[in-house]
Design a protein around this ligand. Sequence first.
Ligand code: SF4
Ligand code: SF4
Length: 83
Amino acid sequence: MAERKERRTKRSFHLVVKRERCKGCYLCMHVCPKDVFDKEEGFNAKGYQPVQAARPQDCTGCRACTIVCPDVVFELYELAETA
Ligand code: SF4
Ligand code: SF4
């Protein structure tokens, strides 16, 4: 029987946070299973304290934040694997 070889690689993602769109509801902070987000210290032009991806390396690409955000703040890209 042929041996099945599996190559396990860690997938990585790039999360873009459009801070000026954020209205500070913090739903994303509640749903993120990896605690990627913190509140920024400052405020955006709308007067809200936006979120920032404080621990982007922990993102698993589950897309929960992109689904829950009512203001389309996030863009999530999977980074291509490099050999
Ligand atoms: S869910 Fe969207 S609007 Fe609400 S805090 Fe997060 S990024 Fe901002
Ligand atoms: S894609 Fe998932 S793990 Fe990554 S920041 Fe959004 S909710 Fe967190």
